[in-house]
Design a protein around this ligand. Structure first.
Ligand code: ADP
Length: 260
């Protein structure tokens, strides 16, 4: 069945993050304490063959350091520099990089809306986000498939807004794949920091949570639609950028409002 994850559903993410990290860190401290105790006993007994305990302690310390590094990288959010961004130009400019990142088995299709408004967002963050989404899509299509990147103007008339998308002008960016999709338990946790189903070293579980934070900070909206065995679409809506009328051609295409 088709599932959707809405913004309102997962604001406990930060609480889960602190709880999860504290738990893992505490486990490592206990391991370090245990190794040190054994080390002390050996030394007290006059033994010098303690390499095993020193190595175990060192390994736990290294893992704890890696944990705090990830936490730091996550919290060290750079201040956003919102500007008027032409998403079509951004997507087109990244086309080669995306092609190379997804590999030959994945066909990349662009469906760029005409007369697109500018979006107000941080261009660097948007580039990171798009690359992250493309790589997630590739990972979901190990046997190849199609990655579609779409943009559109979305106008929501006063009174027509909903909890997800408020009245006003938005610019939509949607990244779809024909991959494995997400089972409901993965979808419901997808925005959680450090949640990953990928092997260690391959996934950090930070891509979607960072995207969520970025979109939220930009006054935008994000939604994931996924169907197991069919594929996934991540859609973000950003506020329309400012600029003079001359810089903003009138919309040609206005996409329909999302339906729950
Ligand atoms: P990471 O990619 O490092 O695991 P993310 O936060 O980007 O971290 O994604 C979290 C999880 O959501 C992934 O491990 C994967 O299970 C799932 N996921 C993300 N994007 C997709 C996608 N396009 N198709 C299927 N599953 C996905």
């Amino acid at each position: 069945a088709r599932q959707a994850l809405f913004q309102a559903q997962k604001m406990e993410a930060v609480g889960q993050l602190t709880g999860g990290i504290a738990h893992d860190f505490n486990n490592l401290l206990q391991a370090i304490g245990g190794s040190l105790e054994l080390l002390e006993r050996r030394l007290a007994a006059g033994r010098t063959d303690v390499g095993k305990y020193v190595a175990a302690t060192r390994s736990s310390v290294e893992r704890a350091a890696a944990l705090t590094q990830r936490l730091l990288a996550f919290s060290r959010r750079q201040p956003l520099k919102p500007e008027a961004v032409d998403l079509n130009a951004l997507v087109t400019g990244m086309r080669d990089l995306i092609d190379r990142s997804v590999g030959e088995a994945v066909e990349v299709a662009l469906e760029l809306g005409g007369g697109l408004w500018t979006a107000r967002a941080d261009a660097n963050q948007l580039e990171n986000a798009l690359l992250n989404l493309a790589i997630n899509a590739r990972d979901a299509m190990p046997d190849g498939g199609r990655l579609t990147i779409a943009t559109a103007n979305v106008h929501v008339a006063p009174g027509d807004g909903n909890a997800e998308l408020k009245a006003g002008d938005h610019v939509m960016l949607a990244v779809s794949d024909t991959g494995v999709g997400m089972p409901p338990d993965v979808l419901s946790r997808a925005f959680e920091p450090f949640f990953t189903t990928k092997p260690i070293g391959q996934g950090t579980g930070l891509g979607l949570s960072q995207l969520y934070g970025f979109v939220h900070q930009s006054d935008g909206h994000i939604r994931i639609d996924s169907e197991e065995g069919r594929g996934t679409t991540v859609t973000i809506w950003l506020p329309r950028g400012s600029g003079t009328a001359a810089e903003r051609p009138e919309p040609c295409a206005v996409a329909p409002l999302p339906t729950a």
